[in-house]
Unconditional design. Structure first.
Ligand SMILES: NC(=O)c1ccc[n+]([C@@H]2O[C@H](COP(=O)([O-])OP(=O)(O)OC[C@H]3O[C@@H](n4cnc5c(N)ncnc54)[C@H](O)[C@@H]3O)[C@@H](O)[C@H]2O)c1
Ligand SMILES: [Fe+2]
Length: 390
């Protein structure tokens, strides 16, 4: 089989430092000192506060004599005013560094606090691509879901209206340290483990087929991420306390994040976002719902690339054409999703046939993502995909 064509010139950026260590949270005070943080702000949500996990950070900080401020008002798909409240709190307490602990929502808010407090720019002025001028505050990100890869990306997503989201993309959003500590994910409920894990797999798949910025570094990371995620997602979902599986999921999600930070995602995400915006279906589940049908649609344009992914799933490819191997890859992912506790039909989540045109219209607005898809997607294509998963 021919290797996929890759850009001969490319740029690859990522976070400065990765700490991959179960119970790594115990060294948070040392990490703050390394970064020159003396007044840290811990950013999280109420759900995580209720688990007691935040004490893994606050206790060692307290013991080491750091004054601690916690902002725990992050909500899923954080709206702009939550970020603004967090910034006010941070400024009131004169914080000089930010520790984000949680899923993508908490990590995204942590990134934005560090940028807004460090640069003194207004949030509204940094929405978009490369709008940030100046330096952010020191930033440590510790994911508690193995999904979004936010700890590895220069992206933060905020909700700007009742159904609209906007992205802030800038180099300053890369953290100083990504801390992958499996002990933080051991209590993550099975359904969230499964959905966020599929989100991470989608990042790897879409980075590998990214139409514009596909590059050899992202490819290598996407392959490795898919291997780690596909081999561990069932164990992590069924046996949450399995530290090895949890750590592998965190590393896989991180590597998928590194990959798509440089080779951006496409139509799976473009069709998933309207499901989150209109029906509040969680991001990972939205991706899981449309993934297989988008892959089947893309087959016509990228069967050889999907076929290359067979290596990450250890599939037997002997005496098969690239198209047959690609179909085998899609069936393997489909079977994997079927084995997880995930809803497979939009109708089970309150979506009706009458809603599909609105969803397809919204998907068409995701031009930033659709340009990365290996096959161009029009309104009728999007509508047909939604119909298949109704
Ligand atoms: N920055 C990026 O690159 C990027 C990429 C994709 C998505 N996102 C954004 O990330 C957000 C979604 O993030 P998410 O899917 O991680 O969900 P999330 O952060 O919204 O968290 C989902 C739920 O899981 C709970 N939770 C998290 N960790 C837990 C744990 N260890 N134990 C028990 N409960 C736990 C939280 O309390 C919350 O109720 C969206 O806002 C999305 O737009 C960002
Ligand atoms: Fe995603």
């Amino acid at each position: 089989m021919q290797p996929s064509s890759v850009a001969s010139s490319y740029e690859f950026n990522t976070v400065a430092s990765l700490i991959n260590q179960p119970n790594g949270a115990a060294k948070i005070a040392e990490l703050c000192s390394q970064l020159g943080i003396s007044r840290p702000l811990v950013v999280t949500d109420k759900g995580l506060m209720a688990t007691g996990l935040i004490e893994r950070f606050t206790r060692p900080l307290h013991t080491a004599g750091f004054p601690i401020c916690v902002f725990d008002d992050v909500v899923a798909d954080p709206p702009v005013d939550v970020v603004e409240q967090a910034v006010q709190r941070a400024q009131m307490h004169h914080i000089d560094g930010v520790i984000g602990v949680g899923g993508g929502s908490s990590l995204d808010v942590a990134k934005l606090i560090a940028v807004v407090c460090g640069t003194e720019m207004a949030l509204k002025d940094i929405i978009g691509v490369d709008k940030v001028i100046g330096k952010r505050l020191p930033l440590i990100l510790a994911p508690t879901t193995a999904g979004t890869g936010s700890e590895a990306t220069p992206i933060a997503i905020v909700t700007t209206g009742s159904t609209t989201k906007a992205g802030i993309v800038a180099r300053q959003l890369y953290a100083d340290i990504a801390l992958l500590d499996a002990s933080l994910t051991e209590g993550l409920p099975a359904a969230i483990t499964a959905a966020t894990g599929i989100d991470a797999m989608v990042h790897a798949i879409e980075a590998f087929t990214s139409a514009i910025h596909k590059n050899p570094y992202s490819d290598m990371l996407a392959h490795n991420a898919l291997r780690l995620l596909s081999r561990n997602i069932v164990a992590a979902t069924q046996h949450g306390e399995n530290t090895l599986a949890r750590q592998a999921m965190l590393l896989g999600a991180f590597q998928a994040g590194q990959a798509f930070a440089n080779a951006p995602v496409g139509a799976v995400h473009a069709l998933a976002y309207p499901l989150g915006g209109r029906f509040h279906i969680p991001h990972g589940l939205s991706n899981a719902l449309v993934l297989i049908e988008v892959m089947r649609f893309n087959l016509e344009s990228c069967a050889p690339l999907y076929a290359e992914l067979a290596a990450s799933f250890d599939l037997n490819t002997a005496r098969k054409t690239p198209r047959e191997i690609a179909e085998c890859v899609i069936d393997t992912i489909d079977n994997l999703i079927q084995s997880l506790p995930l809803t497979r039909r939009l109708s089970a989540l309150g979506v009706s046939e009458n809603d599909l045109a609105m969803l397809a219209d919204d998907a068409m607005l995701q031009t930033r993502l659709l340009v990365n898809n290996p096959r161009s997607v029009n309104f009728d294509d999007a509508l047909a995909i939604y119909k298949k998963v109704l």
